[in-house]
Design a protein around this ligand. Structure first.
Ligand code: HEC
Length: 280
């Protein structure tokens, strides 16, 4: 019962939020996130749930999302069987086209400021989101800062049109600092029927910790699938596209990049044992 009540609260919050809700990204949350927040979303693979709860297998896109489409449950009941099959194929195509990769140095100096580039393709749009985290796990990933990678500058988002995007980040008060490890990217367009997809990138500027060691870094990619095809959404009274699986449905996804293992080496080599003290 408790989880049902919790879901109701979330769904009510989503409805009250209207276009400010999750399909449409997170227009109001300009802060670091961890991917567990995307509880409704389904997973692209089982690895990102490994060692987790019994719930793990139920979270895959095939089980949690596509099987509901094919069996005509919930919002999918109004589609013919042929349309449901087509929708399932188109959703699989969105997933196939949706990728995330991270480019980070293999080695940095303690305290060094360095760039990390994350590139994404696909997603149904109009929004997708990227977060820097410390592992490729839906329930155990922490924001990158918890692993020791602090943000040294506001992330630079290059949208699908090649232009820098600042509007989303500027909603965060300047005095709070805009050095965060999460972004929304807008202007993402997709058409699963013709196979047209967007791509975009983000450059995060990080500062390495002072303590030497090897630390992990990965990107979490949050995107939707249903708005990429006319079969996948309905349009409400105010002209807003609602995923056919509902606002609390499983058509959102969580995907991770590979995990980079970055070595942090001392900034100045320690003086060799027995060496004379440095001359002033
Ligand atoms: C109440 C269920 C629910 C929760 C909780 C949720 N999402 Fe979603 N989210 C969705 C659905 C449904 C979609 C898919 C829209 C589609 O298929 O086109 C989605 C899509 C998205 C998208 C892509 C936007 C779009 O329009 O397709 C982003 C980005 C996103 N979610 C981020 C998040 C983040 C970050 C969190 C945690 C703070 C979160 N979501 C929590 C249901 C949820």
């Amino acid at each position: 019962m408790r989880s049902v009540a919790g879901l109701v609260v979330v769904i009510v919050a989503v409805f009250v939020g209207g276009a400010g809700a999750f399909p449409g990204g997170t227009p109001s949350y300009q802060t670091d996130v961890a991917p567990y927040c995307a509880g409704c979303h389904s997973s692209r693979n089982l690895e990102m749930l490994e060692g987790g709860h019994d719930r793990a297998k139920k979270e895959t896109a095939e089980r949690k999302h596509i099987s509901l489409i094919l069996s005509g449950q919930k919002g999918y009941a109004s589609l013919t069987e042929t349309d449901r099959k087509t929708l399932a194929e188109q959703i699989r195509a969105v997933d196939e086209a949706s990728t995330v990769s991270i480019t980070a140095p293999a080695q940095v100096l303690a305290g060094e400021v360095f760039p990390v580039t994350v590139q994404v393709t696909g997603g149904a749009g109009p929004v997708v989101a990227i977060a820097l985290v410390d592992r490729a796990h839906r329930w155990y990933a922490r924001p990158a800062a918890s692993a020791g990678w602090s943000s040294a500058a506001p992330p630079q988002v290059t949208g699908p049109d090649g232009q820098l995007q600042t509007a989303w980040l500027e909603k965060r008060p300047a005095e709070d600092g805009r050095e965060i490890s999460f972004v929304n990217i807008t202007g993402v367009e997709a058409d699963a029927a013709t196979g047209r997809w967007s791509s975009a990138s983000v450059v995060f500027t990080l500062r390495a910790p002072l303590e030497p060691g090897t630390l992990p870094l990965a990107a979490a990619y949050l995107y939707g699938t249903e708005k990429a095809t006319v079969l996948g959404y309905t349009t409400n009274a105010v002209g807003w596209k609602e995923p056919r699986g509902g606002l609390g449905g499983a058509s959102g996804r969580v995907l991770f990049s590979d995990v980079s293992q970055i070595e942090v080496v001392p900034a100045a080599p320690p003086a060799p044992a027995g060496a004379p003290p440095p001359v002033e």
